[in-house]
Write a protein that binds this ligand. Sequence first.
Ligand SMILES: Cc1cc2nc3c(=O)[nH]c(=O)nc-3n(C[C@H](O)[C@H](O)[C@H](O)COP(=O)(O)OP(=O)(O)OC[C@H]3O[C@@H](n4cnc5c(N)ncnc54)[C@H](O)[C@@H]3O)c2cc1C
Ligand code: SF4
Length: 444
Amino acid sequence: MTHSPQTDGIVAARLDSATLAAHFDDLYPLLGDHEARVAADRCYFCHDAPCVTACPTAIDIPLFIRQIQTGLPDAAARTILGQNILGAMCARVCPTETLCEGACVREKAEGNPVEIGRLQRYATDGLLLANDHPFTRAAPSGKRVAVVGAGPAGLACAHRLAMLGHDVVLHDARPRAGGLNEYGIAAYKAANGIAQAEVDWLLRIGGIRVQTGSALGGDLTLAALQADHDAVFLGIGLAGVNALKLPGEDLPGVRDAVEFIAGLRQAPDLAALPIGRRVVVIGGGMTAVDAAVQSRLLGAETVHMVYRREREAMSASGYELDHAATEGVAILTNALPLAIRAEGGALAVDFAYTRAGAAGLEKTGETFTLPADQVFKAIGQRLAGAPGGLALDGGKIAVDAAGRTSLTGVWAGGDCAAGGEDLTVTAVAQGRDAAMDIHAVLSA
Ligand SMILES: Cc1cc2nc3c(=O)[nH]c(=O)nc-3n(C[C@H](O)[C@H](O)[C@H](O)COP(=O)(O)OP(=O)(O)OC[C@H]3O[C@@H](n4cnc5c(N)ncnc54)[C@H](O)[C@@H]3O)c2cc1C
Ligand code: SF4
């Protein structure tokens, strides 16, 4: 039986399958040839282009846009992929409004940037969907490198090393490669199996042996990897989830947002996914936004996203927050969760209003309660399962500018490494740059 958004409790099939398919379809469909040429025509092809400086992978944006403008989309794809091998996913998930498009001179002049992200997708999708891999391997170097973590950092590192002639073994604890591209990014940003298609396409370089279900910390130890390989790269992300440390956190109906999102991304049938009538998401970052928006898209009647500080302090971008509001998510700020209680067969979440005080965040003395069927915790991820013996910095693996850790022969990059923003594109840049440094060391 199909339920409705008004059905009490946590139930599946609040919306019919056709509505769900429409809700989770591509957020921004692929540009057509004519649309891409028109969008490319808006570029001034700036000298010392600020959009390039703002791109963590330093793609030559004016060059690839010129290539599209002159009818050479495959050449444009090569320009992009030479710098960022996960250019197709990054075209979908990058917060372009704070990176390249935010820096575009047309944004500064008119508040309307060149659509760099959509142009990047236009170029890269062409090669990817044709399964045309434009790179080849150098002559075998005879060196073996272990890469742990098949997320954006590990994949970028593995691909660059394979291209340079090294043999790579890529370990991942999960059943599928891709990291958060496969298990985290919102489904409507990664529609039509693009994350897995990109991994398959990337592996066509050859020389990368993927071992899924292979977790560092179990039978696999860092010492054994070091003994068997010439270098090791760690791209293990942030596998731990921060706890609220509140009474009621373990009640039925309270879940980690990342676990909910991973289940959603792997669900063969969205109509089979249970979701609450009234959902409360606690947090102010990208994970909170994605849990809140996707709850609404699954048919939750009301979704409140609640953050303890003011809106400006949220790590989700203004663009993401506006998108959440458009989808009907109510965003409450300056509200600190106090407790989650079982009440009347459902849940109730107590909050205290807050304000910025001289000594930091302080309670105003006023409180309120939100009724909920389901509560998602989204207050951040943390490093978990990192091998002992590595120096840490701020709870992450300490690295230098080239990605070298405190252990000789061991590099790290992406979310698990200290410094840098926790973004897909930053992880790609760090994986790529660590591979170049590993290559320099192995070639010396
Ligand atoms: C819900 C959510 C939404 C996001 N949305 C966006 C977005 O829209 N745009 C954006 O730019 N960024 C987004 N991010 C951030 C982005 O996904 C990450 O910054 C990026 O994936 C980091 O890449 P990584 O390779 O460092 O780590 P991950 O993608 O986390 O990959 C790490 C890999 O290591 C594996 N692993 C972990 N521990 C072990 C172990 N002990 N042994 C073997 N393997 C292990 C994991 O299984 C995983 O495959 C989002 C993050 C989340 C959680
Ligand atoms: S800043 Fe904007 S206009 Fe200038 S090169 Fe980059 S995309 Fe083109």
